[in-house]
Design a protein around this ligand. Sequence first.
Ligand code: GLA
Length: 359
Amino acid sequence: MPSPKIIQFPLSELLVNEVTEEFNLQYGNKPEIVTLAPGRINIIGEHTDYNEGLAMPVAIDLWICTAISKYSKDYFSVFSINYRQSVKLLPNTTNVFSEPWIKLVSSVINILKSEYGILGGGKIVIGGNIPIGCGLSSSTAFVISVTIAFCNLFKIRLRKRELAIICKKIENLALGLAHGLLDQYAIILSKKDQFMIIDFQDDSIKYLPLSLNGCLWIVINSRINRELSKSAYINRVKECRKGLEILNSWFNINSFRDIDNNMLLELEKGYNIPYKRLLHLLGENIRVKKMKVQLEKGNKKQIGKILQESHESLKTLYEVSCMEIDYIVKISESFDGWYGGRIIGGGFGGCSLHLIAEN
Ligand code: GLA
């Protein structure tokens, strides 16, 4: 008997159907608007976005989906498919919740309502297939998906970069963080089949065709929860700023991009931690430039080598890896067809990205 023909729907289409059906179950009618926001990976350029550095992210086909309609009440009723939980959000109730997903959705609603003078309520269902808290930007995709849904429903017009900035503000306020714009730019400004190179010194973006024949980029989820990440992330931001402040007082520089290796040698003498963080930053910026060249040449070995150098730097200088992901990267070296890999995202667990031969 011939094998059956399998018709595979894109993950986004399956998710849209699931969220639309759940909306119907929860509220008894179809949503007025449905939005999707993707997750992201970062080829190279980690912990550079808040340091005026370079990065090379790209969106992936895993998504957060939001369905929304107006409501006759003055509150928002929100149902999360992933948590099987619903919540009623009365006006001005941002910080009374402990669950991160509720903090995020209430932060979107309260900030947009107050900034754009919106009155009225809404019905929302949110679902997603991005693994949560694993370094693939599930929270940012969540905020962006809900924000776009809200803005469409209430006819708020935002340009893409304005959307990125307001979404960063919403997320940082909700979770008490000071992230850069890497995730928002990657999710909002990615183009199909292209890498983007972002320069965070002037926020300029260039695109590069993504064509590495015979290879696959794969993501391995270590399933190590990134519990430590919040306070450690804030510390890394502070340590880099401290390094810049000291160098500024010695060499009269204002930007991370003015730092050079000689300045770092001076810093090493009395300030080992800022020295290590900034040494990572300088090296990582160079790796982004090298990666562009090697991607254009299609030199898989060199691309793999750059990934491994980045991992080593994130492990020993920036100190944001964890032993489980170090193990995954180390043991991968013994496999034929593995070119290289590294931890991605904020760190302390989550995912690693690897380049492997297709076969
Ligand atoms: C997290 C943050 C980003 C970026 C990365 C590290 O994903 O949200 O802004 O700093 O960590 O590159």
